[in-house]
Write a protein that binds this ligand. Structure first.
Ligand SMILES: [Zn+2]
Length: 138
């Protein structure tokens, strides 16, 4: 699996396999999920894959009422908001993902620092199949 390039395609392929894979810089140790071909910290290009275990905590979030077209198609919008958050993974990297299992209509009840675990949402079929990463309270 070290042969896969450090890009979004590889990342999405790993998600289909229910793996969260990011890049780790061999020089400075900086992490990135999704992976980047160049280290975001020292601009080095000596990278290795790191599998994240999917545990983390909520660092920030927002309740979205104006849904972009793909989400609107799934029925989200003004009367059915959804939550997107920044999740700080236990390994130290931060990732932006949908937060499920919380009351999007009552964002005041959602707490920063909530322990979360990853969930893989598969949608579509055949070549259109996509897997989205989401997080829900443990
Ligand atoms: Zn680096």
């Amino acid at each position: 699996m070290n042969q896969r390039p450090f890009n979004d395609n590889s990342y999405e392929q790993f998600l289909k396999e229910e793996k969260i894979m990011g890049s780790k810089c061999q020089k400075c140790g900086a992490l990135a999920v999704p992976p980047r071909p160049i280290c975001v910290s020292c601009f080095g290009s000596q990278l290795e894959w790191l599998e994240f275990q999917g545990g983390g905590k909520l660092a920030a979030f927002t309740s979205i009422v104006v849904a972009p077209p793909p989400m609107a198609k799934q029925g989200f919008g003004k009367n059915n908001p959804y939550v997107v958050g920044v999740v700080e993974l236990n390994e130290g990297a931060k990732i932006v993902a949908r937060i499920t299992g919380v009351e999007a209509k009552k964002p005041e009840g959602i707490k920063v620092g909530t322990a979360l675990k990853a969930e893989f949402i598969h949608s579509g079929e055949g070549p259109d199949q996509k897997t989205f990463l989401a997080f829900k309270p443990r």
